[in-house]
Structures are given as structure tokens and as C-alpha cells.
Design a protein around this ligand. Structure first.
Ligand SMILES: [Zn+2]
Length: 315
């Protein structure tokens, strides 16, 4: 087994389209199609996360609000309930979101408890990096990456480095991990066209464990790599974390319909290879990316990088 893929593809079928189909099931099918083409990638079904684990990062009120919206969605004329801020709950949303979060927990256990693999890829829906403690937004309901990092820290005493490479700012992840000195977040995101959260969204004061790296719309792949190699990877290496979690959003690739950076598949390969060269357990968690071709090409580069780096020992 080269790597483990944990997916909620089946449950995500009944989590309906977000924003008229930008975030929809075609995304999961596309990336899983690529990952299944390598017989050395072992697939596992994501399981629904339990309430106690979820309470590490989300309040009871947040959890109850999504569950209630999902429960009444099928009785509405539209078949969904809007939870505001661009998040629509369907009848299957609650189970899908909890399985996506559960898949992240399974991934952490595979990397830090059983240590059966050194790379885990969690695919599915809903994405998570915009979901704050009390807020669903930007197609996100539960804060998957923040949960994975918090769980790894609480359960295994692990120190965690997070790279958020989705083109949008990981406000949800940041809101939850800020102030936790065992978890360091490096967030590369776009300002300008298609900035999200929107430019008037209030950002909290920076804390030492948060590194925001805003880049202008139109940033080239080589500039993105240059910033990652000067501002992210050396600091990540100095931190020497026990686990690296990646918000693997491919809307940073060129021609994404809501993007604005110009990363090619080759740039994705470079980023992933640099992460793998750190010889640290890696958890890739699917976030945004709304071009089917980019999703397929980007995940193919991830597969290729895993194959090329598999013989490197991890600590
Ligand atoms: Zn995004």
C-alpha cells in the first residue's frame, strides 16, 4: 500500500449542489477516478464522526443547527435550507459532512497510531476550511482540517503544521486553531478578484501560530512556489512537526472558474514533492477546486509524487 484514500463519496451523493453546482459531486467522482487508477492506493470508507470528537472544535449550537436544517430540508419546496453565507443544507448534508470530518480522524489515526502509511488523502464533500466554530460558510459546514489537527494534538500530543493552499483564505481553520502553540497554520491565499471571505470580512488580530500569506490575483505558479519555498517550507521544517495537514484546494490552478492564480500541474507536483521531502506523515484533505480537468490533473500529480517519494523513511 503506497497511500490510503479515505472517502465519503457514497454519502456525499445526497449532499446537494452548492452555489448552483460549483461545489458538487462531480468533483469527488473526478478525483477518486484518478486515485482508483493506482492499484497501490488503498480505499477506505469514511465513517461518521462522533459527537464528542466534533465537540473538540464546534459548539453544540453549531452542530444542532446543521442537523436540524438537514432534517427539515426534504420538506421544503427547494429541497434545501440555506444556512446563510453560501452554505445550503440538504437531507444528506449532515451525514456527508460528519463523514468527511470522520475521514480526517481516521486519517490521523492511520498516520499516528497504526502508522500503516505515511500519506493519507481524504476526499469528499463538504470542504471545511471556511467553517468556523459557530459559522457555516463558503460551502463549508464542519472544519475538517482544524478538527484533524486538534484531534492529533489532543490524542497523540502531536505538533502539527498546516498548509492551506486553497486559493481562498482558511478563515475557519484559523478561527479554531489560533492561539494553539502546538498547531501552526501557513495560509496562502488570494486577495483581489474572487477573494473569499469577502474583503470586508473582519480578520482577527494575528497570533504567533498563524501565518497569513496573501498574494495578488494573477499570481503565477512560479511566484507561488517562490513564496512557499521562502516563507512556508523552511519555517515548517524548523518546527519539525509530527504531522503535516494540507488543505488541498486546487482552485489555485490556472483557469479555475472562481480562482485567479496560475499554477500548472507541474507546480502542484513541486509543492507536493517539497512537502514529501520533509519526511513527515502527511494528511491531504480535499478542499476547493472547480475545474474537473484541474482536479484530475492535480490529483494525478499527487499520485505521481507519492509513487516517487514512497521509499523515503518517515520519523
Ligand atoms: Zn477555495
Amino acid at each position: 500500500m503506497l497511500a490510503k484514500v479515505i472517502t465519503n463519496e457514497r454519502l456525499a451523493e445526497s449532499h446537494g449542489p452548492q452555489d448552483k453546482g460549483f461545489e458538487d459531486q462531480y468533483r469527488v467522482k473526478a478525483v477518486n477516478g484518478v486515485l482508483r487508477s493506482d492499484k497501490h492506493f488503498f480505499f477506505e470508507d469514511a465513517q461518521i464522526v462522533d459527537d464528542a470528537t466534533l465537540s473538540l472544535v464546534h459548539s453544540r449550537a453549531h452542530v444542532d443547527r446543521i442537523a436540524a436544517a438537514s432534517a427539515r430540508a426534504k420538506d421544503t419546496p427547494e429541497g434545501y435550507v440555506s444556512l446563510g453565507h453560501e452554505a445550503w443544507a440538504y437531507s444528506g448534508t449532515w451525514d456527508a459532512a460528519r463523514a468527511m470530518a470522520g475521514g480526517c480522524i481516521q486519517g490521523v489515526d492511520s498516520l499516528l497510531r497504526t502508522k500503516e502509511v505515511s500519506t493519507v488523502i481524504v476526499t469528499g464533500r463538504s470542504p471545511g476550511h471556511h467553517a468556523e466554530d459557530m459559522k457555516t460558510m463558503g460551502y463549508c459546514f464542519l472544519s475538517n482540517v482544524a478538527l484533524a489537527a486538534t484531534y492529533a494534538n489532543r490524542t497523540y500530543g502531536a505538533r502539527i503544521g498546516i498548509l492551506d493552499m486553497d486559493i481562498h483564505q482558511g478563515n475557519g481553520t484559523e478561527s479554531i486553531v489560533r492561539g494553539n502553540s502546538s498547531i501552526n497554520l501557513f495560509d496562502m491565499y488570494m486577495v483581489g478578484r474572487y477573494q473569499y471571505p469577502y474583503p470586508d470580512y473582519p480578520l482577527p488580530d494575528l497570533l504567533p501560530n498563524i501565518r497569513r500569506l496573501p498574494l495578488a490575483a494573477g499570481t503565477s505558479g512560479s511566484k507561488f512556489l517562490e513564496v512557499a519555498r521562502s516563507e512556508v517550507f523552511p519555517s515548517m521544517a524548523r518546527l519539525n512537526p509530527d504531522l503535516i495537514v494540507v488543505s488541498f484546494g486546487l482552485d489555485c490552478m490556472e483557469n479555475d472558474p472562481v480562482g485567479g492564480f496560475k499554477l500548472s500541474p507541474a507546480h502542484i507536483r513541486e509543492v507536493v514533492s517539497d512537502l514529501m521531502s520533509m519526511r513527515t506523515p502527511l494528511l491531504f484533505v480535499m478542499e476547493g477546486g472547480y475545474s474537473k480537468k484541474n482536479l484530475e490533473d492535480g490529483f494525478q500529480e499527487l499520485v505521481t509524487s507519492v509513487r516517487q517519494n514512497i521509499n523515503r523513511p518517515t520519523h
